[in-house]
Structures are given as structure tokens and as C-alpha cells.
Design a protein around this ligand. Structure first.
Ligand SMILES: [Mn+2]
Length: 563
């Protein structure tokens, strides 16, 4: 494992220094963005560009207002993942709680994760035709579903698409009444926003055009808790000032617990980015991963009945428990098959579950440092694959060149640099394994593919509480704006094994308290480091509180003897 220092944008660095920010803060910012923007430091509502600047939003809001004022039936269609469920909560809440649309005039529809698949598919279009609303509003989906939208339009159903996914080659769906998507070529709006953020922004345009009261606008503003959840879970960039504001403000609302669902989920904890990304997000996703349906997730988010919310949360928690078990079993089965000489790992097993294949592919890529695609049966002799790239491969490009070389083998595929999905017939798995491996070998041939870890460099001379608080003030950290890590050569003393399950290492590094969680695989394993060793350490800063006294602590991410 190499340690690389994050590259610094010199202009951003200088701009930060000129503004009077400390050196460490300037270095952290300049390692995360190529554009100086004061709003990164303290994101406020002022940094949210006016939502009506999003192309299509005025046309969309006029149609929604028409539907509201003439009691039309509105169907909300969203994706089944966290971003989609958060979008549903926002659209439903805005229409009912803020704009006063009767519940009987709103229908909520999400697809079945495996039976319908992603997007406004043919089966979904069929369901919508049967329900025959006057207006459909999509969120986090729809941009690639032009032909189904045309079908609905022909049946007399108007469709407003709101989405944040990349446009298909043929462009926006022309049969849609309006398309709100910051990825539109003619849209100047920040295109880092998640689907739920786009939906929320559109609702603010509606509120503006309806001349809503301050109270109504306040209720709408409080839906930023849902936006924060979807934004973090959808892994969009927190280097975007708008996303930073959404997440920061949404977490404040969540911690005020005015919505019952947060009280249930938090159960005494404090909401932060980690809670959304690693605890709540996976639970909300687990519902549809395990049952196909997003109902429990949406009940949990939208309901105002405490019993219903608790029951839904318990169901999600149970699904998440099962998801973890299945994931572990798949991971353990798959890792036996890995051949480290291969540049990509493609594995199929009849026992694999299409609901968790993406997560397992991600864990394999991370653990073994090679791209992985996990294939699972989805019926009709079809197999679905979910792939993750690791640090070096552009996985969608790899699938594209496979498709060029072996036309017709992939039934469908899509994705981006880091993650991709595909469908093939079961009989073609071997062709995929052989062909894709050859392609990837070519793509990666001249590259150094030794895994590396990126840090913000040395903190020598700045290892004190003041530095910790300067860094803390830069929250939220997450995707695109990673939590700062540092690397230094340090000397260890007072090394001790600690914990109820004694696998953690406590020590002092250059005299400062430090801890490495799960340093040992099993209690009693021999230590790999000794007192007074010169060590290369990758670490983050933490403030430890013990009996009311606070002291700086280093959390060790990686430690090795300096050779
Ligand atoms: Mn999304």
C-alpha cells in the first residue's frame, strides 16, 4: 500500500490563505476542490442558487400548480433506493402538508427492485396506465425512459421528469411535459445535486409561484432533513456548496427530532454523515433489497403514526440484519474464487442474491484491490451483474469495449466510472469472463495498479486541539469532501492491547494518545510493532472525552514499520 499526498490546487490554497484561513484548513480545502468558494466553509441558504434557474422548473411548476388548483390526480413515481424514497417523502410532504393536496389525490409508486428494475420501465408504465392519473411527477428516475413517457403521454397522462442522472444519447425525453435535471446541456445549475435535492428545489419554485406563506415555506424548508439523507446515501459530492448546505442544515433538523421517524431511528444517538451513510441509509435500502418493495422505507419516512413508524423501522432493521448475513455468505463464497493474477474478478453462483451483489462487489474490490462484478440469477435464464471499479478501472468503459468486441452478448448495461450494472443470458457468462478480462488487461496494462491511500500530508508541529477544532469546523465530510487523514513518521511507546474483546491497540505516538481499532484479527495474536519502532502512520484526529476531560487522540488507520 502506497501513501500518496492529495494534490493541492495552488490557486485555491493561496485564496484560502489570503482570506485568513489557517494553513492546515487551506491545505485541506485546496486538496478537495479546484474552485475557491467561501460557502465551503460555512454553507448557508445564500449559497443555494435560485431554484427557478434550473432549466424546466418554471414550466414544471406551472403544470403542478394547475394540478393542485383543479384537484387533479397526481402520481409520484420514484426510485426504490434511499434517494428515491427521500424524494417520495419530499414530494408527498410538499403536496399534502404544504400545498394542501388531499391524500386521495396523491398516489405513490415505486418499482419492485428485481421484477420492475430501475426506472420507468414497461411494467411501471402499464401500472401507471391502469391507475390513470392526470399528472405523473418522477424523481431520481425517468430521464432515460423516453419511450414509456411517450406511451403515457399518448394515453393522456402528463409526465414531469425530475432526475439527476446523466442524459441518454438521444437527449431529454421529448414527450415529457417538462424535464428538470441539472445534467441538461442547457442547464447551468450545479449538477452535483441528488435526485431528492432536485425534487425539493422544484417544490420551492412551486411554493414561490403559489406565493405561499412564511409558515408554509418553513414547513417546506424543514424537508431538508430528507434531502440530507438522500444526498449522503446517493454518494453525490459534498464539495458542492449546495449539497454542503443541504446536509448541514438537514442534520440540524434531524437532530431536533421534530419528525418521529428520526427519534425512532436515532434512539439517543446524534445524526451525522456517518449515521446517514452507514446506519440509516443501509436500513432503508435493505427493505427493497430483501423484499423488492420500498413500502416499509416510505412508511417509515412519511408516516406520522408512531406505531406504524416503529413497525416499519423494525422491519427495515430486520431486513438489514438478513442483508448482512447474505452479504457475508456471498463475500465468503466469492473470495475463495479470486485469482489475484486477474485484473478483474467476475463471479457467478446460483446462490447469489441480486439484492446485495453490488455491495459485495464493492467489498471485494476494496479488500482485494481488483475490480469485481458479481452475477446473480434474476429469472428467465437471465443474470444481472453489478460491478465496482476499485481505484484504477473505468468500469463502464470496460463494458463498452466488451460490447464493441462481442456485440449482442450484453442484453443491457450502464453505469459510470466507479460502478456499473449489466444483464446477460446465463449461457454467456463464460464469454463475459474471458472477454472482459482481456479488455481490462489491455486497459490496465501500462498502469501501476498498486493500491494507494490518500492523505492530507503531515501534521508535524500542529498536533494539538486547536487543529482538531479547525478541522471539525469544516464539516460535513463525506463523498467528494473526504474526512482529513494525515501521515507522519512517528515513534510508538506504551503499546497495549485493549478492549472487552482485546483486539484494539492503544499506544502513544510521539507522546500523543493513539488507538488502532481491530488491530488484531484475534485476541492473543502477536503484535507486529514494538516500542520505539519508527513507524509510518496514517491517522485521523479525534477528541477523546474521559471523565469530563477532553484530550486529543489519534485514530490510527494504518501503521507499518518505516523501512
Ligand atoms: Mn439518485
Amino acid at each position: 500500500m502506497h501513501i500518496k499526498q492529495r494534490e493541492i490546487n495552488k490557486e485555491v490554497h493561496q485564496a484560502c490563505i489570503n482570506e485568513g484561513y489557517p494553513g492546515i484548513v487551506s491545505r485541506i480545502i485546496a486538496g478537495r476542490t479546484d474552485e475557491f468558494n467561501k460557502n465551503i466553509f460555512n454553507p448557508s441558504f445564500d449559497c443555494v442558487e435560485p431554484a427557478k434557474d434550473m432549466a424546466g422548473s418554471t414550466k414544471a411548476s406551472q403544470r403542478i400548480i394547475d394540478a393542485i388548483q383543479t384537484n387533479q390526480n397526481i402520481l409520484l413515481f420514484t426510485d426504490y433506493d434511499v434517494d428515491g424514497c427521500a424524494s417520495m417523502a419530499i414530494l408527498y410532504g410538499a403536496l399534502h402538508d404544504v400545498f394542501g393536496v388531499k391524500k386521495s389525490n396523491i398516489q405513490a409508486l415505486t418499482g419492485h427492485r428485481t421484477q420492475d428494475g430501475y426506472g420507468l420501465t414497461d411494467t411501471i408504465a402499464g401500472k401507471i396506465e391502469k391507475l390513470h392519473p392526470d399528472l405523473v411527477i418522477t424523481a431520481d428516475a425517468g430521464i432515460s425512459d423516453g419511450s414509456r413517457i411517450e406511451r403515457l403521454a399518448k394515453a393522456g397522462i402528463d409526465v414531469i421528469v425530475t432526475d439527476h442522472h446523466l442524459l441518454p444519447v438521444e437527449g431529454v425525453p421529448t414527450a415529457a411535459w417538462a424535464v428538470v435535471n441539472p445534467q441538461r446541456q442547457d442547464c447551468q445549475y450545479d449538477n452535483n445535486i441528488a435526485g431528492c435535492g432536485v425534487a425539493w428545489l422544484l417544490m420551492t419554485v412551486v411554493a414561490q409561484e403559489l406565493d405561499c406563506s412564511m409558515d408554509q415555506k418553513r414547513v417546506l424548508h424543514r424537508f431538508l432533513d430528507y434531502v440530507a439523507l438522500g444526498t449522503v446515501a446517493d454518494l453525490v459530492s459534498l464539495a458542492s456548496p449546495i449539497n454542503r448546505y443541504f446536509v448541514k442544515q438537514g442534520l440540524v433538523f434531524m437532530n431536533e427530532q421534530t419528525r418521529e421517524c428520526w427519534r425512532v431511528a436515532l434512539n439517543g444517538q446524534k445524526a451525522n454523515v456517518g449515521f446517514l451513510g452507514f446506519q440509516l441509509g443501509p436500513r432503508i435500502n435493505a427493505g427493497s433489497r430483501m423484499t423488492g418493495e420500498a413500502n416499509a422505507a416510505i412508511d417509515f419516512l412519511v408516516s406520522k403514526n408512531v406505531d406504524k413508524i416503529s413497525a416499519a423501522y423494525q422491519q427495515l432493521d430486520h431486513c438489514n440484519y438478513n442483508r448482512r448475513k447474505i452479504e457475508k455468505r456471498m463475500f465468503d463464497t466469492a473470495k475463495q474464487q479470486i485469482n489475484k493474477k486477474d485484473h478483474i474478478f467476475i463471479d457467478y453462483n446460483e446462490s447469489y442474491d441480486p439484492g446485495v451483489q453490488g455491495i459485495v462487489a464493492g467489498r471485494l474490490a476494496e479488500t482485494f484491490g481488483i475490480p469485481a462484478i458479481m452475477l446473480a440469477d434474476i429469472g428467465d435464464d437471465l443474470v444481472a451483474g453489478s460491478g465496482r471499479s476499485g481505484q484504477f478501472l473505468y468500469i463502464r468503459d470496460a463494458l463498452q469495449s466488451f460490447d464493441d468486441n462481442y456485440p449482442g452478448i450484453l442484453v443491457s448495461f450502464g453505469g459510470h466510472r466507479a460502478a456499473a450494472g449489466l444483464k446477460i443470458h446465463k449461457k454467456n457468462i463464460e464469454i463475459l469472463q474471458k472477454g472482459l478480462n482481456d479488455n481490462v488487461n489491455i486497459q490496465l496494462a501500462d498502469q501501476d495498479t498498486t493500491p494507494y491511500i490518500k492523505t492530507d500530508g503531515s501534521l508535524k508541529g500542529h498536533l494539538n486541539s486547536a487543529t482538531y477544532y479547525q478541522i471539525e469546523a469544516l464539516n460535513p465530510f463525506g463523498i467528494g469532501f473526504p474526512s482529513p487523514t494525515f501521515s507522519d513518521i512517528m515513534t510508538a511507546t506504551n503499546i497495549r492491547v485493549v478492549g472487552k474483546n482485546p483486539v484494539h491497540l492503544s499506544m502513544k505516538l510521539d507522546g500523543i494518545k493513539a488507538i488502532q481499532f481491530y488491530a488484531l484479527d484475534n485476541p492473543g495474536d502477536p503484535l507486529r510493532i514494538n516500542s520505539n519502532d519508527k513507524l509510518e502512520v496514517v491517522y485521523t484526529l479525534n477528541m477523546d472525552e474521559w471523565q469530563g476531560r477532553k484530550s486529543l487522540q489519534l485514530i490510527i488507520k494504518r501503521i507499518s514499520i518505516k523501512s
